[in-house]
Write a protein that binds this ligand. Structure first.
Ligand code: PAF
Length: 284
């Protein structure tokens, strides 16, 4: 695996790959990799000729009171893991080159970016779209992979790609879970043992929504209320939002019909966790 830090060098590698007629699969990450990331990597290796993974903790997507500084980082371990997986290129750009002094251009996907997580993280998706578009411009992938766990991020990126006529395919890969159902996330490392136990309530609430829907309950308000009651039984849990929305437009639904995205953000102690399921599908 070749590790590249400079944008120019990445561009040269991309030209070489393209001139050999090979397709590029791209997995953008912020590092501190877990099985969720590796499922994206494996999908890319399966589908594309060459796989590029980027690791960049993107300052533009963190709010002023968010965890940019504390965000877990371990480049050595990540490189070893990616090498073992058979990744071809690891791109680790520097913040100074991605956002040089005087940087002024940002990408916004209106409406979609303001819903769900966008409400309590203003500017987050603007930062995500900006960095993803920049990375796409550098890596020039044919196909790029995003986790279903970040369902709103995947929806926003798909809309950006469609609206800007970008010539690549976006693939969403199912959420990878711990044995007790907790969705894998780099932020799970923030949880102490009591918080970790209570964090499984997100998965339980998603399963409850699936069960209610399968039993014939179609009223979004009733399903949301039952999920809320279940989550509030956990003393360390604080609900940011529970949403039942159209999976593409993210518009809230009164009557639940597939494909409906049941999603939530819940603080367990200080740690904000997100999770979701698409109704009519098993909570994977
Ligand atoms: O999902 C993430 O890790 C990040 O939001 C992404 C897509 C790498 C952009 O910084």
């Amino acid at each position: 695996m070749k590790v590249i830090k400079k944008i120019d060098e990445m561009r040269r590698a991309v030209s070489g790959i393209k001139s050999r007629g090979m397709s590029i699969g791209f997995v953008p990450t912020m590092g501190y990799l877990h099985e969720g990331h590796l499922s994206l990597v494996r999908e890319s290796i399966r589908k594309a000729g060459v796989t590029v993974v980027s690791i960049f903790v993107n300052p533009a997507q963190f709010g002023p009171r968010e965890d940019f500084k504390e965000y877990p980082r371990d480049l050595n371990r990540d490189s070893e893991v990616l090498e073992r997986e058979g990744v071809d290129y690891l791109f680790v750009p520097e913040a100074g080159e991605m956002y040089p002094q005087g940087y002024k251009t940002y990408v916004e996907v209106h409406d979609l970016q303001d819903k769900l997580c966008g409400r309590s993280r203003p500017g987050h998706f603007r930062g995500v779209c900006t960095v993803v578009l920049k990375l796409f411009n550098i890596v020039n992938p044919d196909i790029s992979f995003f986790g279903q766990k970040d369902a709103q991020q995947a929806a926003v990126i798909k809309k950006m790609v469609a609206d800007l006529n970008m010539n690549l395919q976006i693939v969403t890969v199912p959420t990878v879970r711990e044995p007790d159902g907790l969705a894998m996330s780099s932020r799970n490392t923030y949880l102490n043992s009591e918080e970790r136990k209570q964090a499984t309530v997100l998965y339980q609430a998603l399963n409850l929504s699936q069960k209610l829907w399968a039993q014939g309950e179609k009223d979004a308000k009733i399903i949301r209320q039952q999920m809320t009651d279940l989550i509030q039984k956990q003393p360390l849990a604080n609900i940011d939002y529970i949403s039942i929305a159209d999976a593409v437009t993210l518009e809230e639904l009164d009557v639940v019909k597939p494909p409906a995205l049941v999603s939530m953000a819940v603080r367990i102690g200080e740690t904000r966790l997100i999770d979701n399921v698409v109704v009519g599908q098993r909570a994977n």
